[in-house]
Write a protein of this length. Structure first.
Lengths: 113, 115
């Protein structure tokens, strides 16, 4: 079975640009969460979606947004990129919204220059 | 607010030696606790989890962890470290579902293994 897949694996953007990161959960999983991991730190929670509805939001500015599609895949959008947005963005999926065990993808490495 | 502290940023052990990585949490209720491992540039792999019951939990790759409520700790142990165990290790606590269900991670402990 395929695990959580994220695309692209690496991305370089310029300050002020917009970026879209994509995530496909494990087949049958209905919940997707997004985390930001800055170099040298633990992952920080950004969003959780379940059945296409936002269930949780971390302490991130409104430049960050996300959505979940009917097939349970998800997109994370970041507008007006800043240098500080450079990080590894991790997607995690779980079977149901109430599950606390999350399965992580390999991440998307975003570099803002 | 809930938090997780991993006091050791970097630990070096010799191959074959025992290992203990420390984790302390701050949480009001009975916590859901996890240990994840991350190889360079990779995602997170779950090593083990504690939800309830036996306070000594076994995980993959020969790892185990012990939940000690009195010390608010969930330390990770392995009796004999292999060179392939070199990686970053993260302890995490999960918020209840009705509070968003998010994972709160510690800063991580980088493990180096000497031959």
């Amino acid at each position: 079975d395929a695990g959580v897949t994220q695309s692209p694996t690496h991305l370089i953007k310029t300050r002020g640009q917009h970026v879209t990161l994509r995530c496909s959960p494990i087949s049958g999983h209905k919940s997707v969460s997004w985390y930001q991991q800055v170099l040298g730190q633990g992952p920080q929670f950004i969003f959780q979606y379940y059945e296409k509805e936002e269930r949780g939001r971390g302490n991130f500015p409104d430049r960050f947004s996300a959505r979940q599609f009917p097939n349970y895949s998800s997109e994370l959008n970041v507008n007006a990129l800043l240098l500080g947005d450079s990080a590894l963005y991790l997607c995690a999926s779980s079977p149901r919204g109430e599950d606390t065990e999350a399965f992580f993808g390999q991440g998307t490495r975003l570099t803002v220059v | 607010a809930q938090s997780v502290t991993q006091p050791d940023i970097h630990i070096t052990v010799s191959e074959g030696a025992s290992l203990e990585l420390r984790c302390n949490y701050s949480y009001g209720a009975t916590p859901y606790l996890f240990w994840y491992v991350q190889s360079p540039g990779q995602g997170l792999q779950l090593l083990l989890k504690y939800f309830s019951g036996d306070t000594l939990v076994q995980g993959i790759k020969g790892f185990e962890a012990e939940f000690k409520r009195s010390q608010s700790s969930f330390n990770l142990r392995k009796p004999s470290v292999h060179w392939s165990d070199a990686a970053e290790y993260f302890c995490a606590v999960a918020e209840p579902y009705n509070q968003g269900g998010k994972l709160i991670f510690g800063q991580g402990t980088e493990l180096s293994v000497k031959p």
